[in-house]
Design a protein around this ligand. Structure first.
Ligand SMILES: [Zn+2]
Ligand SMILES: [Zn+2]
Length: 315
């Protein structure tokens, strides 16, 4: 099953030519999850050839504009497109008040049900689940309430080794084998021993998105062992005081979190506009956590297998 992250935008608050504010699209199987929605995200989705109508849920970390000012346009566009399907929106307290006010003042009437659920950094935990994933909020520390999001693939069924199955096997027995059971007849005699006909399912994958935040070691147990972590790295270490003052992290701190949590791969982004060259940030992080890459806009990261590989570049 596909498990891919498309980087739609990875800039920070101050606009820079050729760069876009935070937004990512996580694709798991046939499901699309939009994470943050900075200005222009709907155009970035079009450039990535994503049909907007296929979005079913949107996750907003916090209410700084570089993480959600694209939401008004996107929600309005879905209406213009005649959407009728439910849309699920998750974000901090306040978003549920801002949106109705914007819609009221602009005379916007949505053509679809929009379900809003509030997130709370002081109460991290299960938030949402779909056919393919479960989603949890992660506790972040920022100047305004902010949560990260952790997407875990659901445990999959065991794989059947088709060449070993007898042609006469009953469909119901295949189902039991996929679920990991041995198949017995009504007298309790073993018909099919599970391990003779199946292979273990692939390990469920996990992706954590953490932006924006102060260096926050308490985050580590929540993201331990995830396959990939996106963590903001707004500053270099020489500006660590500024990072602390503005509730952001340095590249060194992002890498320290990744190392301590034992993640598979670290993606960094949200670099301050004062750094036109990302190389020093990348080098600083790689010195602590070598498997660090820059979350470059337009890139698609396949989180299917370790080591994680870049599969395409839409830019
Ligand atoms: Zn930001
Ligand atoms: Zn922020």
């Amino acid at each position: 099953m596909t498990f891919q992250v498309t980087i739609l935008g990875s800039g920070s608050a101050f606009p820079v030519m050729g760069s876009h504010p935070s937004s990512q699209l996580l694709t798991v199987g046939n499901e699309h999850f939009l994470i943050d929605c900075g200005e222009g995200t709907q155009y970035r989705l079009l450039e990535a050839h994503v049909r907007l109508g296929r979005l079913s849920s949107i996750f907003i970390t916090h209410l700084h504009g570089d993480h959600y000012f694209g939401l008004f346009g996107l929600l309005n566009t879905l209406s213009l497109g005649g959407r009728t399907k439910d849309l699920y929106l998750f974000g901090p307290r306040g978003l549920g008040e801002i949106l109705p006010e914007v819609f009221r003042q602009s005379g916007t009437q949505l053509t679809y049900p929009l379900h809003f659920q509030e997130t709370d950094p002081d109460r991290p935990g299960p938030l949402w689940s779909t056919a393919n994933v479960t989603v949890e909020t992660l506790p972040l520390r920022h100047r305004v309430p902010c949560t990260g999001f952790l997407f875990r693939e659901r445990k999959r069924l065991r794989s059947i080794q088709k060449d070993k199955l007898p042609d006469t096997i009953h469909y119901e027995h295949i189902r039991l084998l996929k679920e990991g059971q041995d198949v017995l007849d009504e007298r309790g005699t073993l018909l099919y021993k599970n391990e003779d006909y199946t292979l273990p399912p692939p390990r469920p994958r996990a992706y954590a998105y953490c932006s924006d935040t102060l260096y926050w070691p308490e985050l580590v147990p929540y993201i331990r062992g995830v396959d990939a972590l996106y963590h903001e790295a707004t500053f270099l270490t020489d500006l660590s005081e500024l990072a602390e003052k503005t509730f952001h992290s340095t590249a060194w701190q992002a890498a320290t979190i990744a190392r301590d949590a034992g993640v598979g791969q670290l993606l960094i982004g949200h670099l301050s506009s004062r750094y036109p060259d990302p190389q020093p940030s990348l080098a600083e992080a790689q010195a602590i956590f070598p498997n660090t890459v820059m979350a470059v806009e337009g890139q698609v990261f396949d989180i299917a297998n370790l080591p994680h590989t870049l599969v395409s570049d839409n830019k």
